[in-house]
Design a protein around this ligand. Structure first.
Ligand SMILES: Cc1cc2nc3c(=O)[nH]c(=O)nc-3n(C[C@H](O)[C@H](O)[C@H](O)COP(=O)(O)OP(=O)(O)OC[C@H]3O[C@@H](n4cnc5c(N)ncnc54)[C@H](O)[C@@H]3O)c2cc1C
Length: 314
């Protein structure tokens, strides 16, 4: 029998769950507080004068190992939504032409309601309501919470205290990310640098990814420790020391950037996971996301799929 299911969070885990449930004949409503698709796989657009600069400022690439994800990504590749990025490793892929592209495609198909932050789950089992700032949605036979653990804990507290406790016990690490563009890229810079810290962990040339415009777009990611130590910096104050740390790693002087902007991912990378998913059949409440399976795009997608399978089996 077809059920009406509400999903909070349209990152890759929520979309993966939605895709499986819709394929099984259920009616799914998806809500996301963000203005556009992607969650932590989103792509940031910055404009200076007439030039648009695009940065995959969250996930940099994804691995494709599990046979279920292999067939999903093969489908994306066939439709021009993903491609290999050998610079990052032999099994590394990216969304094309932007990291968020495969998710944007799914969001459009499923009619995600963006700009809608769910602030409470109300009602009762089999007739749940999702409360947003000015509106309430429902009733839903089942609700899926597909958001970072810290944010999930608050929503779950009145209904599933055990799930909320588990979520609180699995916090994520933050990540300062700085986006840099030059009027012309300096020569001889590696497309990818993996760095052991202490400030930076990763530097990558977004324009070196497949399917991108050649507009200069570099992404610098700080280590979790450095980010935690400087989490209270303003965005302006975080960008400068990260750029200086990059300069210290390269042999020639970097030009003056035309764009230098930092973004704080407060809940960036999770630990190695809990149990793939959490589902309470009696309540009709389920949780998925990377924090349940591992700090990777692939794990988040699998967590969503496995939660949907658990719902269908129930
Ligand atoms: C800087 C950074 C670098 C990374 N690098 C890599 C990498 O190279 N490779 C890799 O595999 N992984 C990487 N990751 C991890 C990867 O991005 C995540 O594991 C994955 O995207 C998580 O997907 P998700 O669906 O679980 O969560 P999210 O993508 O966070 O999706 C959750 C969604 O829920 C929404 N939301 C939250 N609260 C609410 C609410 N109350 N109401 C409505 N909507 C809400 C959010 O807006 C968001 O869109 C990186 C992450 C970051 C931040």
């Amino acid at each position: 029998m077809s059920q009406r299911i509400g999903i909070i969070g349209a990152g890759i885990s929520g979309l993966s769950a939605a895709q499986r449930l819709i394929a099984a004949g259920h009616a799914v409503d998806l809500f996301d507080k963000g203005r556009g698709p992607g969650g932590r796989m989103s792509t940031r657009r910055e404009r200076i004068n007439d030039t648009a600069y695009l940065f995959d400022h969250g996930a940099q690439y994804f691995t494709v190992r599990d046979p279920r994800f292999v067939s999903q990504v093969e489908h994306w590749v066939q439709h021009g939504l993903a491609a290999r990025w050998p610079d990052a490793g032999p099994d590394a892929f990216v969304g094309t032409p932007m990291m968020c592209s495969p998710l944007a495609h799914l969001c459009e198909r499923f009619g995600v309601r963006f700009g809608t932050r769910i602030t409470a789950i109300t009602g009762a089992p089999s007739a749940w309501y999702l409360r947003a700032e000015n509106e309430t949605f429902g009733p839903y036979a089942q609700v899926i919470v597909a958001i970072p653990s810290e944010q999930a804990a608050d929503l779950l507290t009145p209904w599933a205290v055990d799930f909320a406790q588990t979520a609180r016990a699995h916090p994520s690490q933050p990540c300062w990310t700085t986006m840099v563009s030059f009027s012309e890229d300096p020569p001889d810079l590696a497309p990818v640098m993996r760095i052991p810290g202490p400030v930076l962990a990763w530097v990558a040339n977004n324009a070196a990814k497949p399917g991108r415009a050649k507009t200069s777009a570099w992404v610098l990611q700080a280590t979790p420790d450095w980010t935690a130590a400087y989490i209270d910096l303003s965005r302006e104050d975080a960008a400068a020391p990260m750029f200086a740390a990059w300069q210290a790693l390269v042999s020639h002087p970097l030009p003056q950037p035309v764009l230098l902007k930092a973004h704080l991912w407060r809940y960036a990378r999770t630990g190695e996971g809990v149990d793939s998913l959490l589902y309470n059949k009696a309540l009709g409440l389920g949780l998925c996301g990377d924090w349940l399976k591992g700090p990777r795009v692939e794990a988040a997608w699998l967590s969503g799929l496995e939660l949907a399978e658990a719902l269908l089996a129930a």
